[in-house]
Design a protein. Structure first.
Length: 143
């Protein structure tokens, strides 16, 4: 098991998926566009080994939202489509800057603005984290 990042990265992964910002280049390569549209992250995978040039994955060694989004699309992580849909059209970059990367505060603000039931979102995210915790994935800087 790799180290786990903040649970709030799951909500960012949901946004990337419902906003159609995840594109498969080939079965081992995906490109994920950032929420503000200014960056593209390349996710490489080989079985359950992943690399990505997003900061969380590359520098901190945990699956960042681009990797988690790809894992959801691949079926390794559960995707609660009903909850994910509630996180459509969110500029996470902007709100994370506003909250100085206090991801919890950013999440709570989004839930308040969009009238999202926090308990339901957290329950669906917990399901993802429970599966992620058990998967024998490996994070590398390069594959």
């Amino acid at each position: 098991m790799v180290k786990l990042g903040p649970v709030e990265k799951i909500y960012e992964a949901w946004t990337a998926i419902v906003d159609n910002r995840v594109k498969e280049i080939d079965p081992n390569t995906y490109v994920v566009k950032s929420s503000d549209g200014k960056k593209e992250y390349v996710v490489k995978c080989n079985n359950l080994t992943y690399s990505s040039n997003d900061n969380a994955t590359y520098w901190r060694g945990y699956p960042g939202y681009p990797v988690m989004a790809v894992m959801m699309i691949q079926g390794y992580l559960p995707l609660n489509e009903e909850e994910a849909e509630k996180f459509r059209d969110i500029n996470w970059k902007l709100i994370n800057i506003r909250y100085k990367n206090n991801y919890r505060a950013a999440f709570e603000e989004i839930c308040k603005e969009k009238k999202i039931n926090i308990e339901k979102a957290e329950s669906a995210a917990k399901d993802v984290m429970d599966v992620l915790r058990k998967l024998p994935i490996e994070i590398k800087r390069k594959i």
